[in-house]
Each structure stands twice: as structure tokens, then as C-alpha cells.
Design a protein around this ligand. Sequence first.
Ligand code: HEM
Length: 447
Amino acid sequence: MSFPPGPSTPAPVQLLRWLRDPFRVMDDCQARYGDAFTMRLPRLPGIVILADPLAVKEVFGLGPDEGHAGKANVVLKPLLGEHSLLLLDGAEHIRQRKMILPAFHGERMHAYGKTMLDAAHDSIDGWPLMRTFPVHRPMQAITLQIILRTVFGVQEGPQFTELADALRRALDTTANPLLMLPMMQRDLGPLSPWGRFLRHSLRGSAILRAETRRGREKGTAGRTDVLAMMLDARDDKGRPLSEDEVHDELVTLLVAGHETTATALAWTLRWLLPDRALCERLKEEIASANGDPLRIAKLELLDATVKEALRLQPVIPMVGRVLQEPMRIGGHDLPEGTLVSAAIYLVHRRPSLYPEPERFQPERFIDLKPAAWEWLPFGGGIRKCVGAAFAMYEMKMALAAMLPRVEMRLAVDRVRNVRRAITITPEGGLPVMVTAKRSRALGARAA
Ligand code: HEM
């Protein structure tokens, strides 16, 4: 067996450094040890982090019985539930993934396009003028509205306001990365962080279960939303998803589906806003689409901008698989139980793939078709994000609504990254100031 080299500091110290600033840890380790290094975290035999795209290709090629992502994501279990797609492995993972994927197929996106544009416009209507505010908040509000509207197919109702509130509060509680540690997950009453999280989660769960039962009782005829498709889905043996399975998948889609995209949008603005010339070119391009979601989705520079933002600042810095048998990966013979990780962030910063990798240069994506192991913000292989097409579509719609309507600038000179549960977000929620705002109708005319 040949673990790659790595830091020898005690495991708890490595964990704390990792939780604080994973990008810095990865940069430091790569500079010292090269494209493969081993980190030690408590209760694990070792995490082998791989930055060479060809080694990443091997990780993404692992079959359902060779590399388990569910085991690598176990820290998410209290948040998402044991039936969450992110937590499942092997045959059960494949079964549920097949049942959920059709709702997120590329073709389905066009049905969601108008909902996405509307949710963005509704939010922009309420943005303050000439006052600094953290733009991550409205990005969360937009993506939460989008996922709620597409998952349930409705826009309003007290139960959705209540659900949105419960979700937001539960997620805000878990924003503290220390709460990801099992020893911090203790219910010490409604004022303790974990106690608060559990109470908000229970409120949200009750609504999700009620919606599921209502869907089963009333039938889904005429509905095209994600929940209806999940209720109608059958596996190879003709079985539907159980109520617990539907519940955990709904939580997964609502959580994984909105926090990540909100953060990706905030990072996009972080790079985009200082580049006035690029903003103007994007506005012109967006104008040519005449507000049509189908045409917006195909705009070349907008597509390149979203891809470049996801490259430069991946929301999730790496994805892992626990080896189910001894295997040779990236030239290293590794024992069963090793957690191997594809270092998304480091692959995205390779000068050989992306010259001047620290610069935000959307044009680089205009003629570039990177391989699945060279541009991997959504992970890869049989675990690739089911919402990848949805998220890209959503980011484009949100930007197409924002740019023609709002003149906005960053309200800080320096933007550091901070961890919020599993995602890496801009510090302070990215403070911005809106200096001019048009109505939706005027924005459409300007666009
Ligand atoms: C910019 C936004 C997003 C980013 C950066 C992102 C990133 C990721 C990553 C890195 C993974 C793990 C992949 C792996 O292990 O190889 C993942 C998995 C997943 N994502 Fe996303 N995601 C985003 C948006 C969404 C959306 C919008 C949804 C749903 C509506 C979603 C649902 C999921 C689910 C269900 C999985 C588990 C897939 C599986 O294990 O089979 N994500 N995502």
C-alpha cells in the first residue's frame, strides 16, 4: 500500500484548518506534496486528495460497488435523512437516482424557465436603492422560490411561506461549520443551536409529508412538477418511492438545490460586477434574446460567464468516494476504506488547462470543451449532480433578469471566502450597493 505523502499534524488540527479554509489547505498541500496528498481526519484511515485530472477520471469511473459517495457524505445525514440520494450507495442509489433523474432532464428545463425568470424579477422588485446589503440573501430567496415553485408546482399558500421560513432558519443554524461535527449535534433545548435546527426541521418535515400525502390522495393528473413526477415514478419492480424516501429526497432537492446555486450566483456577481465592459457586453447579448428563456439559455457569453464563475470559485471544493476494495488509483495502491477525493478546486486552477487560472475570463470557455474530469463543479460519474442542468439554467435566468434592470457595484474591496455548512461562500454575504434600478417592463425594453 502506498498512501501519497501529506501533513503530519494531528488529525483534529487538520480538520479545523480544513473547516476554516479548504482552498488554502489544498493550495499549501499541493505546493508541498504535489498532485496527490493524504490528509488525516479523525476516525478515517486517510483522505487521499487527487488534483491530477487523469486520476480524477479514475475516481469518476468507479462503479457503484467500488466507490461509495454516500459513505463519504455521511456528515450530511442529520441534515438530509438516511434515504437522501446523497447518502445512498450501490443498487439502492442507482434505483432512486433513476426515479428522480427524469424530472431534471435537460428538456424539462424549458418548462421551468419562466418560473425562474419570474422568481428573479419578484426578488429584484424589493431590492433597496443606495444602501449596502449582502447580495447572497436575495440570491438565496430567488433560488429557494425557484426550487419550491418547480418542486411543488405552485407559487403561493401559507404552507409554502411556512416551509420557506423553516428551511431558511434550519439552514442558517447549520451555517456554522462546527455543527457538522457529530459531537456538536446535541439537542440541549430550543435555544441550543442543534435544538433550534431540529425544531425548524420538524416544522418543515410536517409540511413535506402533508404535501406528499395530499398528492397521493388527490392523484397527480395534470401536474408536471417534480413532486408529481416523484410520486408517479416506479422502479424496475414496479414499486413507488416510500413516504420516507419521498420526504428525504424532497429535503435533499430543497437544500442541495437552492443553497449551492445561490452561492454560485453570489460568486458570479463577485467576479462580474467589477468588470463593467463585460457587464455591458452581457446586457447586449441578453437583449438579443428578447426575454425568451429558451434563447437566454443558449447565449454564448452568458453560458461562458456561468461556466467560468463555477470554475474559478467552485461552491463545493471536492467530492469523495470511499473505496470498497483495495485499488490502484492515480498510481497509488490504496486499501479498502480509503476516502479518495477529486479536488475540484485544484483541477480548476491548473495553468495547463486554464492559463492564468486566477483571472476571471469567461471568453476562455467560448471555444473550450473541457473533459468531464477537467471542469467538474458538479462532480462526476454515476454521482454527478442531478441538478447540474437545472442550476446552469437557473443561473442564466437570474443573471438575465438582473443585469438589464440593476446597476450594482461591490461595496467591499476585498472578498474572502468563508464556509457555510458544506458550501464556500463570499464573506459577509457579498455586500453590494444598487445605484439604479429599472422596472421589469423598462428592463425588458433596455434588454
Ligand atoms: C451551482 C449549483 C450546484 C452545484 C455547484 C452542485 C454541486 C454538486 C456536487 C459537487 C455534487 C456531488 C457530485 C459527486 O459526488 O460527484 C452534487 C450532487 C447532487 N446535487 Fe448538486 N449542485 C448544484 C445544484 C443542484 C440543484 C439545483 C439540485 C436539485 C434541484 C441538486 C441536487 C443534487 C443531488 C440530488 C445530488 C446527489 C447526486 C447523487 O449522489 O447521485 N444540485 N451537486
